[in-house]
Write a protein that binds this ligand. Structure first.
Ligand code: ZN
Length: 437
């Protein structure tokens, strides 16, 4: 048997933000997503674990780097600037580990709409940042592409504000955003000689936040609109598939799952009531109002930080008392019940889930809720729980991964997580020696 070197293998990665394993399986079986169904037949589909916490910025940063948050440095959409109470919004320049497109600079990559890649940085190829991206100028590399994107009426994100006034307007905008994204992918597919092509559709997450109830309820006014969006996504998947060659590899994945929201639960409200959190003004929404007597506070969605002396300007918990405060917090969180239902499913200590040089910046505890409860920091919240316009929320256990590749039978881990993807990408790109007799 001799081994011959193939030409560079092309890799296509399609992301669908917030699409649960359960939904992709069901809609492929019921004929709403026939192209996805045929992709599933050719590959392996598995349920995938998301990051902890299960928010897009942490999940996608983990997907593209293959690193733990304590290595890549993205722990949530917000953070406190070190040694301050100033809320900061980590972006791509805060990512401390290189994404996969820098692993092999000889490969040319097209990267479209991956969340948390703003501002765009130079690479061998093209990058259009995903949310949160403030303006298209800084979201595009190279800048020569900007007039093209303007012509296409390209938008980085759906205007979710619209949903608050009119769901019809929101759905229209969702549709326009998806169409422009498809135009952009077609243009770059045809005009760039790429080796890796990645596009993420984030409209699915927006739709699910506002209309998850419409998915679950066939009599809902927007049930068909919900399914229609997924059949449009499926058409895009089918079109991309039809443009690939036989030896191209395809990965289809989501970053977390989704489920119905029954109630929002405001962690800070419990911390205030039990005396862990004291604010200078009790209904302040500002972290700079954290008082000296605070022992713990929360950042979204459910990251708990011990108010350690020396770490924060008014920190009051001595290092030797940290464990005691953690035990007291664990007792509090595991006792929370709403209308007879336990709220917290799992309390993770930092040492269990964060590994790497940036672990000093990691939250001390992260909470995962039972089904239906959407945990929020809710610094301002007066009530312990409530409800808002959102009917869907993220889940940690129910993302999905589909790999369609015939050269490597054991590429799919038994229990994949978002941290496996960069490794799989590396193998698909570099596994270019195949037996030949
Ligand atoms: Zn997401």
């Amino acid at each position: 048997m001799i081994f011959i070197k193939n030409r560079k293998r092309r890799l296509v990665i399609i992301g669908v933000d917030g699409v649960p394993y359960r939904l992709i399986r069901d809609l492929s079986q019921t004929g709403i997503m026939p192209h996805t169904a045929s992709l599933i037949k050719q590959g392996i589909l598995r349920q995938m674990a998301s990051s902890i916490p299960e928010v897009s910025s942490v999940a996608w940063s983990s997907i593209i780097t293959g690193k733990n948050p304590a290595e890549h440095g993205i722990f949530g959409f917000t953070d406190l600037a070190p040694a301050t109470y100033r809320l900061s919004f980590p972006n791509f320049s805060d990512l401390k580990a290189p994404p996969f497109w820098y692993h092999d600079p000889k490969r040319r990559s097209v990267i479209i709409n991956v969340p948390s890649t703003y501002p765009a940085e130079s690479l061998n190829g093209v990058l259009i940042s995903g949310f949160v991206a403030l303006d298209i100028e800084r979201a595009t590399y190279p800048k020569t592409l900007i007039p093209r994107l303007m012509d296409m009426d390209y938008r980085i994100d759906v205007d979710s504000q619209k949903a608050h006034s009119s769901l019809d307007l929101f759905l229209k905008h969702l549709d326009q955003t998806l169409k422009a994204r498809i135009k952009a992918y077609r243009y770059l597919w045809e005009n760039i000689d790429w080796d890796t092509f990645m596009v993420v559709f984030t409209e699915t997450d927006r739709l699910s936040h506002f209309l998850w109830d419409a998915y679950e309820d066939p009599s809902h006014k927007y049930h068909q609109a919900f399914l229609r969006h997924f059949s449009q996504i499926d058409e895009a998947i089918g079109e991309i598939k039809s443009r690939t060659n036989e030896d191209d590899s395809i990965i289809l994945l989501s970053d977390h799952g989704f489920e119905r929201t029954e109630k929002n639960v405001y962690i800070s409200s419990y911390l205030k009531n039990e005396g862990f959190l004291k604010l200078k003004k009790p209904s302040s929404g500002n972290y700079s109002d954290i008082d000296h007597h605070t022992r713990a506070f929360a950042l979204d969605p459910a990251r708990i930080y011990i108010h350690l002396k020396g770490k924060y300007p008014r920190g009051s918990v001595e290092k030797e008392d940290r464990d005691k405060v953690i035990c007291d917090l664990e007792a509090l969180f595991s006792s929370i019940e709403i209308q007879g239902k336990k709220v917290i499913k799992r309390i993770y200590r930092k040492e269990e889930i964060f590994f790497g040089p940036l672990s000093p910046y990691a939250p001390d505890l992260v909470l995962l809720p039972h089904q239906g409860f959407d945990l929020k920091a809710g610094l301002k919240a007066k009530e312990p729980y409530g409800k808002d316009i959102f009917t869907g929320k993220h889940t940690q256990h129910d993302a999905f991964l589909l790999v369609s590749d015939h050269s490597d039978d054991d590429i799919m881990p038994n229990n994949p997580s978002v941290f496996d993807i960069a490794h799989i990408i590396g193998r698909l790109c570099n596994g270019n020696t195949t037996p030949n007799d």
